[in-house]
Ligand binder design. Structure first.
Ligand SMILES: [Zn+2]
Length: 51
């Protein structure tokens, strides 16, 4: 398993953020959070539709 040694990855596996500049890393983490939020929304909407 490719675990993260740079400590910047939001998941267990390294996503390469250790090579980014501080501002690039911040932007990536914001985009990541937004993407995660959208995925969570989609899942809860699907659950609602099935019920
Ligand atoms: Zn890493």
């Amino acid at each position: 398993m490719n675990s993260c040694s740079c400590g910047r990855s939001p998941i267990n596996a390294c996503v390469g953020w250790g090579n980014l500049k501080e501002e690039e890393y911040l932007l990536s983490s914001i985009l990541w959070a937004k993407k995660k939020l959208r995925e969570t929304d989609k899942v809860s909407m699907n659950r609602r539709a099935k019920q």
